[in-house]
Write a protein that binds this ligand. Structure first.
Ligand SMILES: Cc1cc2nc3c(=O)[nH]c(=O)nc-3n(C[C@H](O)[C@H](O)[C@H](O)COP(=O)(O)OP(=O)(O)OC[C@H]3O[C@@H](n4cnc5c(N)ncnc54)[C@H](O)[C@@H]3O)c2cc1C
Length: 571
């Protein structure tokens, strides 16, 4: 019942490829580094000197001059290719800029709604003519984009949208009817990617399928509601958008008619990795802001910074930021390498880890300030409010990104054997009993982890946990992942799925920090000792929480097996 252990040439090659996806940690060339430094400096200056986040939050609006400044810096066209007037940055460079842009949540959401989701469909599924027509004005910020998927009756369950597009009698237009809600930039967007049901004929049978459309506000029949009065990211514009017989030319169908749901998921998947660097950027800023206070504020005749429990808060923030960065840049590097497997599973893991970790860290930062943190005189309460949106939008973290889309992809990738993390190479190497040594290729003669890390407990943790995952979880999980064997669907086993997802995210985090620290030691990076120290802490912490998840999982399996005739594989 365990994964096959025999290892042929093909499997060895596959493992080698999987390992090189995560080891060595991606590095950027000097030219790219120079380019990113030139870009970062003016953006940092602009955010430090020109952006008044308290005012944006208070007035629930980004001033026109701030938007103009962002446009002049090219920030509306970060990932649009240069041939269409954008900056044409790689995913890695986008992640670096996201660290700065995230310092103002309202601006970050406005820019993300425009390019990470609003115009992304044109980039990934648009025809050459659509790109030529729309991208230049979107790149300059002359036109602003929005992404219209959510409806009153369709939130997490995106496939249940009811907005309809009907082909006109002359077959030149689709007439769009329906209402979208919670649309970022919805009050003023000129160009919208709208998802609607359309009638398609498959093998002679008429079916309802979702299609994607590029819709110009100028087409008419479009109205926007009042901006929502929100808890956080208050300066970003969130509105209802209604379509009343809005005529959309047939040439504005994005991709294939009926292929819209896949486009929507691809758009959402492709942008998620940057949440890691944006959250890390925000946490690093919070550490900077709170550390001075902790060093100068005295209670019980001591500085706050001398108390262990305050030090622990800084440790939580520093470690979380380090993991988020490591995961985000590892994933961005994978996405930047041509020819590698789809990284949407890794991007979803970065999103889940960062949105949940970000929330913990802003709360810790506010706590360091005590009562002062709770007032509007300081930015901490705003960070708490702004950060709370992260697990909610782009499909919420509690269930959809983790267990469903994530685990479905995970099981698919497992079946294909090409999940882009250390897991892929682990399963095939296991023997069918516990206590057998497992060679992950991490240490030893051709090991990918730096020898000075390999001798410590770090690799052992990752190795043990991975072995445990495959010996305990994998055979059990097969019952759920592989249709026909036990269950047709994994959707109903949320508690099991959540714990499996937590485990895999844990393993990816460990892989990312080990890979990053190995590289830092190898190239003699300044302060690499500090990185090693952080990595060892992270591995210890992750190991403990993984063991807890394993035990909980085992309990679930015991219950399920006692209610069924499945072979007993739990421990
Ligand atoms: C500020 C803001 C900006 C937004 N911007 C956009 C945008 O630009 N474009 C766009 O299309 N949408 C946008 N959204 C919508 C956002 O993507 C949705 O809010 C999100 O997908 C969740 O949908 P919902 O609010 O309807 O919650 P629901 O789907 O009703 O879910 C409510 C809660 O139940 C949980 N839940 C739902 N189903 C299950 C299940 N099967 N099992 C367990 N738990 C479940 C959810 O995780 C959530 O915690 C935005 C939302 C906000 C708040």
């Amino acid at each position: 019942d365990l994964p096959a252990v025999g290892q042929g040439e093909e499997e060895r090659g596959q493992e080698q490829q999987t390992r090189t996806e995560v080891f060595p940690y991606p590095e950027i060339g000097n030219e790219e580094l120079e380019e990113i430094n030139q870009l970062v400096a003016p953006v940092e200056k602009f955010f430090n000197e020109e952006v008044d986040s308290a005012k944006i939050d208070h007035e629930a609006k980004i001033p026109a001059e701030t938007l103009n400044g962002l446009k002049e810096l090219g920030l509306f066209g970060i990932m649009i290719p240069e041939e269409f007037g954008g900056l044409g940055l790689s995913n890695t460079m986008y992640a670096r800029l996201a660290e700065i842009i995230s310092l103002d949540g309202s601006i970050a959401v406005t820019l993300a709604a425009h390019q990470a989701i609003g115009l992304k469909g044109i980039l990934i599924a648009g025809s050459e003519a659509q790109k030529q027509k729309y991208l230049p004005k979107l790149a300059s910020g002359e036109h602003i984009a929005a992404f219209c998927l959510t409806e009153p009756g369709s939130g997490s369950d995106a496939a249940s949208i009811q907005t309809r597009a009907t082909l006109s009698e002359d077959r030149k237009h689709f007439l769009l009817n329906g209402t979208k809600i919670w649309i970022s930039n919805g009050g003023f967007a000129d160009i919208m990617t709208v998802f609607a049901r359309t009638e398609v004929t498959v093998d002679g049978v008429k079916k309802d399928k979702i299609s994607a459309f590029i819709v110009e506000r100028a087409f008419g029949g479009i109205t926007s509601g009042k901006p929502e009065d929100k808890l956080g990211i208050r300066g970003s514009n969130t509105c209802e958008v209604s379509f009343d017989n809005a005529p959309v030319p047939v040439e504005n169908v994005l991709g294939e008619i009926g292929g819209g749901f896949k486009i929507a998921m691809n758009i959402l998947n492709s942008g998620r990795f940057s949440m890691g660097s944006s959250s890390a950027g925000m946490i690093k800023k919070l550490i900077e802001l709170t550390s001075e206070y902790a060093a100068t504020r005295k209670q019980f005749n001591k500085s706050l910074s001398e108390f262990g429990m305050i030090q622990e808060k800084f440790a939580v923030m520093a470690l979380n930021a380090f993991v988020m960065e490591s995961m985000a840049y590892l994933t961005a590097g994978m996405m930047d390498r041509p020819g590698l497997a789809d990284s949407s599973v890794e991007a979803a893991m970065v999103k889940v880890f960062s949105s949940e970790g970000g929330w913990i860290c802003v709360s810790e930062a506010l706590q360091v300030l005590g009562g002062l943190g709770y007032t509007k005189n300081y930015p901490y309460e705003r960070y708490v409010r702004d950060c709370r949106i992260l697990p909610i939008f782009e499909k919420s973290s509690d269930w959809s990104s983790v267990p469903l889309s994530f685990l479905c992809s995970l099981s698919r990738e497992m079946k294909k054997g090409n999940i882009g993390l250390a897991l892929g190479m682990m399963g095939k190497k296991l023997k069918s009993s516990f206590g057998v040594s497992v060679d992950l290729g991490l240490i030893g003669k051709d090991g990918v982890v730096h020898p000075s890390l390999a001798v410590r407990t770090s690799c052992k943790s990752l190795k043990d946990l991975s072995s445990f995952f495959y010996l305990v979880c994998f055979p059990e999980a097969q019952c759920f992942f592989f249709p026909g064997k036990c269950k047709e669907t994994i959707v109903d086993e949320q508690l099991i799925l959540k714990r499996v997802a937590d485990l895999v995210i844990n393993l990816y985090a460990m892989t990312a920090v080990l890979s990053r620290a190995s590289r830092s030691i190898s190239i003699g990076l300044r302060n690499h000792d500090y990185e090693v120290c952080k990595v060892l802490n992270i591995l210890r912490r992750n190991r403990s929480s993984a063991i807890k998840h394993f035990l909980e999982l085992n309990d679930h399996f015991v219950i399920i097996q006692s209610n069924s005739n499945l072979p007993n594989t739990h421990i």
